[in-house]
Design a protein around this ligand. Structure first.
Ligand code: ADP
Ligand code: MG
Length: 702
């Protein structure tokens, strides 16, 4: 039975068909309920009245109180025609300007009467004015002043010109709250409202639109934030538990010869963190559940080694593995890096990338379908239709944010009967709160420890005028046998300007570091694959002293002998990207340096970024800072649009405590009621069904 909240918005007093169309088009508001859930995005404290002498152009909305002692209409006709009313208080006067509704205003405003005006100061014709303020006479009964806090609704040009001012929104909300009070039903179960001491939905709606004071506003906001984060987590966690019930995982209990042999072959001791992660994966392999695990670990923390060792466990149980890297360079490196380890293990592996020749491709295809190849390294070439495994048991995806959801899905579907276990690896540290949300249905492992003996990387900020000194420094490092990275920004592959910079930079370097004394390699996106591979190999083998490149080297290349990373126009990179680049050095046991070259003039934000880079090497700290500075939507490699629920109020950067509480609550609820079928939770089930109906579920990994 449709309730009053489902009534079409055009039937609300003060809306009508024309505004209804606007509301739907601009804000997707279709019915009464949608409107009630359209919350103010900020509030203005109307208890404060400014004096005219205090007004500054930088202020946002303010309130003034005074008398209007002059009204003029300036200009003949057309866009410059305006009404100017001068408001005066004991401290001065200011012009109020109206371009629209001139006639109406002129009739309405009475000279020398006292008014409260409300608007945003601007500079017009070189003096301070307020354009189109709200003007209320002091005596006027105003339904809209319930408390002192006035909500501001986000609006669009079209809405405003359609007469939907902030005041109109407030009036509509007031009408709705009055009319619908019977129809508003609690959207959280009673026990939860009690347990968390939440404001009831009715009170919360009232106070989010018309807060009686700041405390009640905070309680109302808390309620809605908790609610949306709770449903988000409940949705993610319930999917996870459903999947765990329904999808059978391949059971791989054995630790056999290939694993043990290779383990002994490793020329170093694994870090405790690496050992812990391998144990976590092993537990999943034994559990009968299909593993979906996210492995986070800073650059250089040794994720690849973990992936290979896990693949060996898989071979010991008679299944195949694949390890997918985002670039050919990396896939190559994984493959070559693993060969020594696999040397006398009896395990056969292969490399499949875009440049694999047809003949070899055929051999690989055969080896895969026969099962004679146990580990396949490669790029996204390995998710192509033609690649068929005989029994894929484990899929590793390195630097997962470079792969889209569909690409991943293709990989899972390689086995029709059972899904392989999945390990997704990323070196982009994702702040905890974001990981809990974006990957809320995955298990998360973290390598939070770097292999021993790594020296810290000294990071310095420098500008053009010190370039000479920097070059001298590089020469010293090269004389010690070290190698140098020089990276140019490449924001957009097609930006010719970026290539010009790189080209000029490269020529410059060759002049500064002339052959044959120095060898300089260059790698960028516009090269042919062979050229790229050649230059890359030149540097990786130590034959080139310098590698000039765009950020293609960002992901993963391992040249332990490199000790200097110079980043040109560093202000153009985001924090996480800078951090990734910096991680290319400091892999050997020598002192390493990261040099951030920037222009002289930096915006406040770039400056903050550069300073942060110089002050910390902790990827998680940087990721948190990045999220605070730029908002979660902009974190590289993560898109909030992947969430099953649109967050109206919550800010993942600021509301982490509420998020954690919501997740804990959802978790313990599912423990006691895994299928959400208890009577007292029927409301939760209804809401979840609604949510899923609204948005397709992208967060699933399989
Ligand atoms: P990530 O992929 O996490 O950035 P890699 O797996 O490429 O890191 O490892 C970086 C380098 O550290 C490689 O040369 C690797 O062989 C080496 N390495 C990995 N684990 C250890 C360890 N426990 N001790 C010493 N070196 C290690
Ligand atoms: Mg790696």
């Amino acid at each position: 039975m449709p309730g009053i909240l489902e009534s079409e918005i055009k039937f609300l007093a003060g809306v009508g068909p024309r505004r209804a169309t606007l509301l739907e088009k601009e804000l997707n508001i279709k019915n009464f309920g949608d409107m009630l859930l359209f919350f103010p995005f900020r509030y203005i404290d109307r208890s404060r009245i400014y004096t005219i002498s205090e007004v500054e152009a930088s202020m946002s909305y303010i309130q003034l109180r005074g008398r209007i002692n002059r009204i003029n209409i300036i200009g003949e006709r057309g866009p410059s025609k305006r009404l100017v009313a001068t408001l005066t208080d004991p401290t001065g006067s200011i012009d109020l300007i109206f371009f629209q509704g001139i006639k109406w205003m002129k009739e309405r405003i009475k000279l020398n009467q006292e008014y409260i005006i409300f608007g945003k100061p601007t500079v017009f014709n070189q003096s301070l004015n307020i354009v189109h303020p709200e003007v209320d006479s002091i005596t006027e009964e105003n339904p809209y002043y319930i408390g002192n806090m006035i909500g501001v609704y986000s609006s669009t040009e079209k809405l405003r010109s359609g007469g939907m001012s902030n005041k109109v929104f407030a009036k509509l909300q007031a009408t709705l709250l009055r009319q619908c009070s019977e129809g508003i039903r609690e959207t959280l179960p009673e026990w939860l409202v009690k347990e968390k001491k939440l404001m009831s939905i009715k009170d919360a709606l009232q106070n989010i639109h018309f807060p009686s004071d700041i405390k009640r506003l905070a309680s109302a906001q808390f309620r809605f934030k908790f609610e949306e984060l709770f449903y988000l987590q409940l949705s993610l966690l319930s999917q996870k538990s459903l999947r765990e019930r329904n999808v059978k995982g391949i059971i791989m209990p054995r630790v056999g010869e290939s694993f043990n042999k290779c383990y002994q072959n490793i020329p170093f001791e694994l870090t405790n963190a690496q050992k812990r992660v391998i144990r976590e994966v092993r537990d999943d392999f034994k559990s009968g559940r299909q593993m979906n695990r996210l492995l986070q670990g800073d650059v250089g923390s040794g994720k690849t080694m973990v992936a290979i060792l896990c693949s060996l466990l898989v071979s010991d149980n008679g299944y195949q593995s694949c390890i997918m890297a985002p670039t050919e360079v990396l896939a190559n490196q994984h493959y070559i890096g693993s060969q020594k380890l696999l040397e006398d293990s009896g395990i056969k592996s292969a490399l499949l990338t875009g440049s694999t020749k047809t003949k070899e491709r055929r051999e690989i295809a055969l080896g895969l379908s026969e099962g004679s190849i146990q580990i396949l390294f490669g790029t996204h070439a390995l998710i192509e239709e033609s690649v068929q495994f005989s029994n894929l048991g484990f899929a590793v995806i390195d630097e997962q944010h470079r792969f889209g959801v569909e690409q991943r899905a293709k990989l899972w579907s390689k086995n029709s009967e059972v899904l392989p276990h999945v390990l997704v690896m990323t070196a982009t540290p994702i702040p905890r709160t974001l990981a809990m949300t974006l990957y809320g249905d995955l298990d998360v492992s973290v390598i939070d420890e770097l292999p021993p003996g790594r020296k810290s990387i000294r990071t310095m900020h420098t500008t053009e005028s010190h370039r000479r000194k920097i070059y001298d420094f590089m020469k010293e490092e090269i004389a010690k046998g070290r190698q140098v990275f020089i990276v140019y920004p490449l924001i957009n592959e097609s930006e010719t300007l970026d290539y010009k910079n790189l080209q000029e930079g490269y020529e410059n370097i060759i002049r500064e570091f002339p052959a044959p004394q120095y060898v300089t390699a260059v790698v960028h996106g516009k090269q042919k694959n062979e050229d790229k591979a050649y230059d890359m190999a030149l540097f990786a083998s130590g034959k080139a002293n310098i590698l000039v490149s765009t950020s293609v080297i960002e992901v993963g290349v391992d040249v332990p002998n490199a000790s200097v990373m110079m980043i040109e126009s560093a202000e153009r990179f985001g924090l996480s990207q800078l951090h990734q680049l910096r991680g290319r050095v400091g892999r050997g046991s020598d002192n390493s340096y990261c040099i951030l070259m920037t222009g002289h003039k930096l915006t406040k934000e770039s400056k903050q970024r550069i300073e942060l880079m110089c002050s910390t090497q902790d990827g998680f700290e940087l990721a948190e800072a990045d999220m605070r500075m730029r908002g979660p939507g902009d974190i590289e490699g993560t898109q909030q649009s992947g969430l099953p629920i649109e967050l109206r109020l919550s800010d993942l950067a600021k509301d982490s405590q509420i998020l954690e509480d919501a997740r804990r609550t959802a978790f313990s609820l599912l423990e006691s009621d895994p299928l959400i079928e208890k009577w007292e939770n029927r409301l939760l089930r209804e809401q979840l069904v609604k949510i899923k109906g609204i948005k397709e579920d992208y967060s699933r990994i399989s």
